[in-house]
Design a protein. Structure first.
Ligand SMILES: Nc1ncnc2c1ncn2[C@@H]1O[C@H](COP(=O)(O)OP(=O)(O)OP(=O)(O)O)[C@@H](O)[C@H]1O
Ligand SMILES: [Mg+2]
Length: 497
């Protein structure tokens, strides 16, 4: 705080005037006097110092770009399979694989939007239904969502048709037109048609989010989809999550549905970043789902560079990125298996850090700090979502690291872990289980565990927290189950340091 009284208190402009100050009082570099007096606020100053982003949202994950450089070939592969839908034929099922951030979702959404748009132009009814199986992860919910979507569409179509037929009825009765002008034989048959549509309307019942037997939900979906002729591509993004959570019944039922449908056709597009998830599928489901497979390779640094440049053009104001910024973001993201999402996150975070510094340009240092920040965020997210027992093991390591000067050994971690369990009244695992949890934490990159020989005492592991000790501790102690531990001191039986 750099106000001229040195006590950090805010002086209101009125008080300041009455005290006869001549210069504006500064708060953290912000002029406080004139802006408030002119009816502006604290935020106007902050907004003024924002010369960097033109459209920040363009760098956010929710944004769907209308151009996907280096995915033209994959997009064409998908389109050449799905084009059958426009000929009212059933497209082969497609399975799309690739590591995270390789553009699978973005490309699939791009293709589906194009397909739906073209289908409107050709009047070949064709719909793409996108389902994120990370969120909708049970058979019930998948079929309920699809059923409700098609029920709504059918009800809209019925309403529209009823309006048309009822208007014909009125005009016929008024003598404005005759049945010769219409595709109906006579007024009674028109009335029959209207009655049938009204019955259909009453028959469609929206599926509740829970409570029905799954068979009934499936039937509702089946009837809704087969009511009007169409080709439906069901896009199951993160399909491995659905299989992991609730097995392969959904895929099995979907892959067999065409043999029972009379009017419509269904094709499945599964997307996954888990290359091995099909191993767990029933062989019939596996061969049906994988009729066509498309693999998305990781991007290399040059491709990431292109992708970033396209997006940065729109996202940033002119001349706000110094020369090295985009190549550096691309290089960092290429090191991490060519993940475009990571590259975009880095660029956005670097811009935000520059903005927070009130810098006029984004510099390499902002990218380096962004890389560090994203890495901490990633590790902390992993820590936050660890199972309770792993958190206890990790907290034991944190306590040892804070209270001793050398790396901890497995036995010491186990002693402190037992102390924490007894303080919290938690179940206590065996040392063997704790050793395997330590190996898991090591694999997740949260700790370093190195096997060392102890001569005739065999081998043990020397364990240390990889990085970010304070952040790790803060995340662990923010778990409400840890509050009873208070300021616990680790009990160390056999240490000489
Ligand atoms: N070729 C590209 N051009 C422009 N932006 C791209 C490209 N590829 C990916 N992106 C962008 O990178 C981000 C991640 O892409 P996307 O979500 O498609 O990855 P994904 O392969 O589905 O990853 P995950 O397996 O984690 O779901 C999105 O913001 C997307 O817009
Ligand atoms: Mg995706």
């Amino acid at each position: 705080m750099s106000d001229k009284h040195g006590d950090g208190d805010w002086i209101s402009p009125v008080a300041e005037e009455s005290l006869g100050f001549e210069e504006p009082v500064m708060m953290d570099g912000l002029a406080s006097d004139s802006s408030s007096r002119d009816g502006e606020s604290l935020f106007d100053d902050l907004l003024e110092g924002q010369p960097i982003f033109e459209k920040r949202d363009v760098l956010r994950p929710a944004y769907t770009p209308n151009k996907l450089p280096h995915r033209e070939q994959k997009i064409n592969e998908m389109a050449s399979i799905l084009v059958s839908a426009l000929r009212a034929e059933t497209p082969s099922n497609i399975l799309i694989y690739g590591k995270t951030g390789t553009g699978k979702t973005a490309s699939a959404k791009y293709v589906s939007e194009e397909l739906e748009r073209t289908s409107q132009r050709y009047e070949a009814p064709c719909y793409v239904e996108y389902i994120n199986c990370e969120v909708i992860d049970t058979q019930y919910r998948v079929f309920a969502k699809l059923a409700n979507k098609f029920i709504e569409d059918n009800l809209d179509a019925i309403d529209e048709e009823l309006e048309r037929l009822e208007s014909w009825g009125r005009q016929l009765r008024a003598g404005d037109i005759t049945t010769d002008d219409l595709p109906v034989d006579d007024i009674p048959s028109l009335a029959d048609h209207i009655e049938r549509l009204k019955d259909d309307h009453d028959r469609f019942e929206m599926v509740p989010m829970t409570g029905w037997p799954t068979d009934r939900v499936y039937e509702a979906f089946f009837d809704a989809i087969d009511y009007r002729e169409c080709v439906v591509v069901i896009m199951l993004d993160e399909v491995d999550k659905l299989v992991e959570k609730s097995g392969d019944d959904t895929l099995y039922n979907l892959s067999r549905i065409n043999s029972d449908l009379e009017r419509s056709r269904v094709s499945i597009m599964g997307i996954s970043n888990d290359l091995r998830f099909t191993d767990t599928l029933d062989p019939r489901v596996r061969s049906s789902l994988g009729e066509e497979e498309i693999v998305f390779p990781p991007y290399d640094a040059n491709q990431l560079l292109d992708i970033l440049e396209h997006r940065a053009d729109v996202a940033f104001k002119n001349d706000t990125l110094t020369e090295d910024v985009i190549p550096l973001c691309a290089a960092y993201a290429a090191q991490e298996h060519g993940d475009a999402r990571r590259a975009l996150d880095l660029l956005r975070t670097a811009g935000e850090l520059a903005e927070r510094d009130q810098a006029e340009e984004v510099l390499d240092i902002h990218v380096r700090r962004a890389q560090e920040k994203l890495e901490i965020d990633r590790v902390m997210e992993v820590v936050r979502t660890l199972p309770h027992q792993s958190k206890l093991v990790l907290y034991s390591i944190v306590l040892l690291e804070k209270h001793t000067s050398s790396n901890s050994k497995t036995g010491e971690v186990y002693d402190v872990y037992k102390q924490l369990c007894s303080t919290l009244g938690s179940d206590c695992l065996t040392q063997r289980r704790v050793t395997s949890l330590i190996s898991e934490l090591d694999m997740l990159g949260i700790i370093n565990a190195v096997v060392v020989s102890q001569g005739r005492y065999g081998r043990t592991k020397e364990i240390s927290i990889s990085k970010h000790l304070d952040e790790t501790e803060a995340v662990l102690t923010s778990d409400s189950r840890f509050t009873d531990l208070g300021d616990i001191q680790p009990y160390i039986q056999s240490r000489f340091d």
